[in-house]
Ligand binder design. Structure first.
Ligand code: 5RP
Length: 236
């Protein structure tokens, strides 16, 4: 039999989860207004973006197609009968919309909770405008509370892990997970990310690293942040 305390804890966790899902849905909806007719746009990965995809019936007739950041997103877009294009076919993108695991006020991000960070970083780099959609629980003063995902070639996993320990991190191999590119992910705990650009560059310089989840060299241009009262926009 469950006691009252157990049930209350479960219930409050469920309510927090529901509240966050509502915020994700709200911020996804707010991003729709930035999608213009005749565009091929980039779409990211994750539960916030899944809300956006479910709302895309509202805009799918006016766009020319989507470049997707992951196999999961591609599958959902195909179910919606949305045309999928490859980045190599279109060159650059006018707009890329994606979520994040953390953002600071400079729109520098940690991404990769869903493991799609490399393709996401490519699409962000290829886009003229990058809109990031988060709820207010992800807005932080300093990046690094969320463990930093680092995509690594499997053969270099232990070498990279040793290097990450030297800079103060505690890398943990993401279990039973391979990226869409066939690599592994190290989730790095305890990193103090005081200078996001420098840390992004230095981790990317380690042999065997495909990329890491700091998006500071190419931050978001516009950050949409949902809270209980609405959606705030943080931009240049
Ligand atoms: C996937 C990502 C996601 O954008 C990030 O993990 C946020 O996900 P969610 O919207 O589910 O909270 O970077 O690689």
């Amino acid at each position: 039999m469950y006691n009252k305390k157990y049930i209350n804890t479960k219930l409050s966790k469920f309510l927090i989860f529901m509240n966050q899902e509502e915020k994700k849905q709200k911020v996804a909806e707010a991003s729709l207004e930035y999608i213009q007719s005749g565009q091929v746009i980039g779409i990211g990965t994750g539960s916030t973006i899944n809300h956006l995809i479910s709302l895309m019936d509202k805009v799918k007739s006016k766009i020319d197609g989507v470049v997707s950041s992951s196999e999961n997103t591609t599958k959902l877009l195909i179910e919606k009968n949305i045309r999928i294009l490859e980045l190599n076919e279109v060159g650059r993108l006018p707009l890329y919309i994606d979520g994040a695991d953390e953002s600071n006020m400079h729109r520098q991000l940690i991404k990769g909770g869903g493991g799609a960070l490399t393709r996401e970083k490519i699409l962000a780099q290829a886009s003229d405008e990058f809109i990031c959609v988060i709820d207010d629980s992800k807005l932080v003063d300093k990046l690094g509370n969320f463990p930093l995902p680092v995509e690594v070639l499997q053969i270099s996993q232990s070498l990279v892990a040793l290097e990450l320990v030297k800079i103060g991190g505690r890398p943990v191999l993401r279990e039973n997970f391979n990226t869409d590119n066939g690599n592994v992910i190290l989730d790095v705990h305890n990193l103090e990310i005081l200078e996001p650009i420098k840390m992004e560059q230095s981790i990317n310089n380690l042999p065997g690293v495909i990329t890491n989840g700091i998006f500071a060299l190419r931050p978001a241009d516009r950050l949409l942040v949902s809270n209980s009262n609405g959606v705030d926009v943080i931009e240049n």
